[in-house]
Design a protein. Structure first.
Length: 190
């Protein structure tokens, strides 16, 4: 038997970012985690995470180009430069829990299986945990993390970070092999 502490934030949002990074660092320092995967749209959270994790063990996932506006890239150039200078791998790719289905549902006013999975995770556990699952799979598909090694995934609701968890990632074609092994911190109110 193993006992672990879960920290619950009163509300979601970027005001939790520093605490999330500190809590994730404490868990990372136990020595059994392969990599830390950080969701960061503009790169602000990722740059903050540089103060907590070694660059060679960190991966940053950002929005795909055109997420909000056609062709637009959310990752700020100054943050990209900082991350690249530190040798951080940055993944900019389509989100596995929306992808092409988002386009279909927008056009045809329907809902599709991948969106049901996303909404289930979001409704039951919050946006941050849904994103932790999503970025874990995206990094596994890109070969940036191993499906045989636990990682810490960090994400949030809107800006910043409010959720961290230990995940055994899986590739997209083996999605149901993914395991959320520990919740380090999560907002109480979703």
């Amino acid at each position: 038997m193993q006992e672990r502490k879960i920290v619950y934030f009163d509300s979601p949002g970027k005001q939790n970012t520093e605490n999330v990074l500190m809590l994730a660092k404490k868990r990372f320092d136990e020595g059994d985690i392969g990599k830390v995967v950080v969701a960061s749209a503009t790169g602000e959270t990722a740059v903050k995470a540089l103060n907590f994790f070694p660059a060679d063990r960190m991966v940053v996932v950002t929005y795909h180009a055109g997420f909000d506006e056609p062709g637009a890239i959310e990752l700020k150039e100054e943050n990209r430069k900082i991350l690249e200078e530190r040798g951080i791998k940055i993944l900019m790719a389509s989100h596995i829990l929306s992808g092409i289905e988002r386009s279909l549902s927008s056009r045809f006013s329907g809902i599709y299986p991948v969106e049901i999975i996303a909404e289930t995770l979001r409704s039951l556990f919050g946006h941050g945990l849904k994103t932790c699952v999503e970025i874990s799979v995206m990094c596994c598909d890109a070969g940036l993390v191993s499906p045989f090694e636990d990682i810490i995934a960090i994400a949030g609701t809107g800006d910043g970070a409010d959720t961290a968890c230990v995940i055994r990632p899986a590739n997209m074609n083996r999605f149901f092999s993914l395991k959320i092994k520990e919740i380090i911190c999560i907002p109480k109110r979703r």
